[in-house]
Structure formats: structure tokens, C-alpha cells
Design a protein around this ligand. Sequence first.
Ligand code: GLC
Length: 478
Amino acid sequence: MGRKEKLQVLHVVSEVVPFLTTGGMGQVAGALTHKLAENYPNTDIRVITPFYAHFRDKYEPQMTFLGETEVSLAWRTLYCGIYEMKLKGVTFYFIDNRHYFDRDNAYGYFDDGERFAYFSKAVFSVIELVGFRPSIIHAHDWQTALVIIYLKTHFNEAYKATRTIFTIHNMEYQGKYIPGTLHDIFDLRDNDLSLVEYEDCINLMKGALVCSDKVTTVSPSYAREIQTSCGYGLERIIRENAYKLIGIINGIDTELYNPATDPLLKKKYSAQSPGGKASAKKRLQGLFNLPKSPRKMLICVVSRLVSHKGIDLITYILDDLLNLDIQFLLLGTGDHNYELFFEDKAVLHPGKVAVSIAFNPDIAGLIYAGADVLLMPSRSEPCGLSQMIACRYGTIPIVRKTGGLGDTIKDCRAGEGNGFVFDDYNAWSLLDTIQHALDLFAHHPDDWNNLIAEAMGCDFSWDISAREYLRLYEELEG
Ligand code: GLC
């Protein structure tokens, strides 16, 4: 880069590791910003996120209080404390307002719209207070869509030189509200309505799609799919804005997810010395009261138990699957009917089926290492991170060809591959694919081991995708 000044990029996101993550977005925001700062010293990467109660005790002692200001949101004047912390080359700002963020969960409240409208408005107060004028504002998902909308509706003059990027992590959650919220909750005016109105609702994601300079989503396939399906009703808007849409595949944090150093593992391993994987499997079987037999294929699911993850396919074939010589292990929470279904199966088939209805990243880590196979038969999947983590730990993913799953996993039956891929959203296709995997596992151990080596050798680091984001920033900055 020949520039004199650093490229200043501000990410605005409602969750970010290591502070808080409830899903993939927080992991992506943390890993991407770290990688940008690490690989490109000529960038100044900063992140704004809410100061949730979840990490107050752990991180407040390491933060600096920068000051307080007021944020106006329609008729409200609201407190805004600003804290700062630097971590691995990235500057983080935390917006403090206990009324909005001192809650048990990050999301799921009746006033989420107001909470994230406040947060989005507060971003501009932080920028003023700290005197950082970003060239690029990069917002993620509906919770921060309003930052991009406000930039057009409230701050257009002052931010003429600032360009915006909106990243879609999941089209399913759009921030939809009744039209009556326009003024009092979202602090928008009548003539702003056309920006955010869609199908008789206020739709914040739609507003960001329209107002942003660039839209990205988390895989090239998903960028195509959301123009015709998987767009949860916004397909037309996506098509109208396709000229500024680009799909950039997510990476994973390969330092964090590394079987050679992972503190969760008692015996570390790598592609060159894979012995520790067998111990991880044994330990996992022990933890879930499954017989510790190395020759039984251990098939695992780590997922939110919701329909677009393809859980109904698994429920449909589970009895047939259990006729095979395998063990089945599931970790996840979600729809109550699915939870009950799997709990019942565990009761009916002790020693063959084990189920933990929980969200537990540590147990998930043990599963990624100890399983033979990870099932991800999603109906739609913007990117998916688990299939990449599984590969890194030598666990073979069986995925449906959709979104990022098809972009990251190649079917080994078609030549070189790092997993198994099926096309149709059909339970029998899933079962057939599992049978192929079982055949390879049980009867062709050398081929299976080669497949493990292939999977572990894949480069899912952020290096390539971080470069693509950088290119986009530079293009926007002109
Ligand atoms: C969302 C998507 C997931 C993606 C993640 C990170 O959680 O559902 O597919 O990997 O965001 O972008």
C-alpha cells in the first residue's frame, strides 16, 4: 500500500469475540478484525459493540473509561458511557447503558428494536467523542442496519466522505417492526419511510441494503441463492441491489481451533501425528456413556435445533441410521419438539445414542475433536463455521450442498475432497451419504485416514478472505 494515512475502518457489531458470542457472527467479527489488523499494519481497525453485563466483571478492569455523553433517540435523551480496550491490534469501544444491555441475554426482548436503535445512534456520539473519523463503516446484520440508515438520514452532510458496507450473516433475521415505530422508536421521519418500508413493515435489513455502498454476505453461493430463494422475502430487494453485492467466504480462527495446541485436548495432535484423535474419541465416548470402541463410527451433530439446519431430515432417518453399526451424539438447543425427540431416543437407545440439550462451547470443542463424522444437512446455510472447524480436527463433515457448506466442502466420492456432500434436501439422500461414509470408515481404513489428512490440510484461515475485505475497503475509499 502506497498510502501515507492509515485506512480507518470501524466495525459496528452487536457481538464480538472474545467478549460475547451467541453464534457465528461474533466469531467472524472477532477473527476478521484481528486478521486485518495483524496482516495489514497500514489499517486502523476499530470495533464498537454494546457493553453487556456478561463480560463486565472479566474485562472492565482492562478497559479505559473515555467519558460519557448523551444520545438522543426521538423524544428520549439517553446516557451513553464509552469504554475503550485495545486487543491484538484492534481498538474496541463499548457502549455502556445498563438499562439496555444489563440483561441475561443479548437478544430476545420486546424492546430489541429500541435497544439497537439506541446503539446505532450512539455510534455517532462515540465517533465525535473519540475524534476518530472512519473512511469505512462496516455494519453486521439487522442490529446495526440503522447505523447505515442514520448515516443517510441524519448525518449525510457530516459523513459525506464515509463509505458503508453491510454484511449479511443470515437473511432470516431482518429486524421487522410495525410501521408505527418509525418516529418514536427508530427516530426516522416520514420522508425516510420509503428507505425502510417493505411489505407493510419497517424492515431494517432492507433499509441497510438500500442505503449501503456495498453489501457482502458470507459465501459466494449464498450471495447467489438469496437472489432467488433463501432470502426470506427480501429476494427482490437483493436482486435490485445485486450490483453492489459480493459473497466473501468466512474463515475460522486457526490459532484458536488448532488440535496441536488446543487446551481442551489432553493429548494434542496434528495431520502429521494424528494419534491424539483416537484419545479424544475415547474420552468423548466416556463422557457420554457410550462404549469406548474405536471401530464404531461416532456420528455427531452440534447445532441449533431449528428447521433450517435440516434437523427434520435427521429425525426422519434416525431409526434407520440406528440399525447401522454406529454411535450417535447430539449437542444443541432449540425447538422444543426436536429437543424432546432426541431426548426420547437417548432413553430408548442407551449406549448407542447420547444427547445433551445444551449450548456449551467446551463440549462442542470435544466433539469436533472426538467425532468421526459431523452432520450438517442444512436447508440453507449462509456460511457455517462448524464444518471448517470439524475439518481442522480431522472430523469428516457430511453436508448438504447449500451456501457456504457447498463452497467449503468437496465430495471425496468425486475425486479429491474433504468430506461428503449431497444435493437434494431429502432424508434418503442424507442416509445414503452416511452409508457411503460408513463403508469407507469400516472397510477402507487407509482411504479414511487419507480423507482425514485431506480435511486437516485444508486452509480455512482468514488470510485470503481478509485480503478480499481489504480490497473492498480500498476500492470504496477510491
Ligand atoms: C450466521 C450464519 C452462519 C454463518 C455465521 C457467520 O450465524 O447462520 O452460516 O457462518 O453467521 O457469518
